[in-house]
Design a protein around this ligand. Structure first.
Ligand code: NI
Length: 186
């Protein structure tokens, strides 16, 4: 293994790591704006990465933002790969540079709103920029499931949940249903 672990190393290590607990709405930190990651934050971020990947894979989910595990920093994980062929992405300080005018609906769910799904309309494609673990900047155009997932994760860093893109009626229906389900689980 490298002296400094990369995305694939953390993803592979997650198989035997204890998953971090994922916070469920309405938890206050899910509604807060996360602060930008500074270079001095990286050691503690790296320390938590295997546990975060483990939590995302165990759920199972395709994206997980730091606030969902109680960390108020601007970074998130994404992996659209299969178990046999992971495609781990760590996005540090991700930002959307441009959005397509064309909008598209996608069914969305969220690990912080278990079992709740709804069709959300977002820009069909976005140009996104983020820092990778090796410190390099990645700038790319994303659409389809990856585009949706990345927009959803960046929303988390601004305290926004997918239900905020729905009508207030639909949103309160989902939040009530979630509260009921969580109560029944206890
Ligand atoms: Ni989510």
């Amino acid at each position: 293994m490298r002296v400094t672990m990369n995305e694939a190393d953390y993803s592979a290590a997650a198989a035997t790591a204890k998953p971090m607990p994922i916070l469920i709405a309405p938890q206050a930190i899910l509604r807060q704006t996360a602060r930008p990651v500074k270079p001095e934050d990286m050691p503690s971020i790296r320390e938590g990465l295997t546990g975060m990947f483990s939590a995302m894979y165990a759920a199972p989910g395709i994206g997980l933002a730091a606030p969902q595990v109680g960390i108020g920093l601007r970074y998130a994980l994404v992996d659209l790969g299969e178990e046999e062929e992971r495609q781990p992405i760590v996005m540090i300080n991700p930002e959307i540079l441009t959005e397509s005018e064309m909008m598209a609906p996608h069914e969305e769910g969220c690990l912080s709103l278990p079992n709740q799904y709804a069709e959300v309309i977002r820009p069909e494609s976005v140009r996104v920029r983020y820092t990778m673990l090796n410190g390099e900047t990645c700038e790319r155009d994303v659409d389809g499931l990856l585009g949706t997932c990345i927009q959803h994760e960046i929303d988390h860093l601004d305290g926004i949940l997918f239900v905020d893109h729905l009508s207030s009626l639909k949103r309160s229906m989902i939040m009530r249903r979630l509260a009921k389900e969580m109560k029944a689980r206890r």
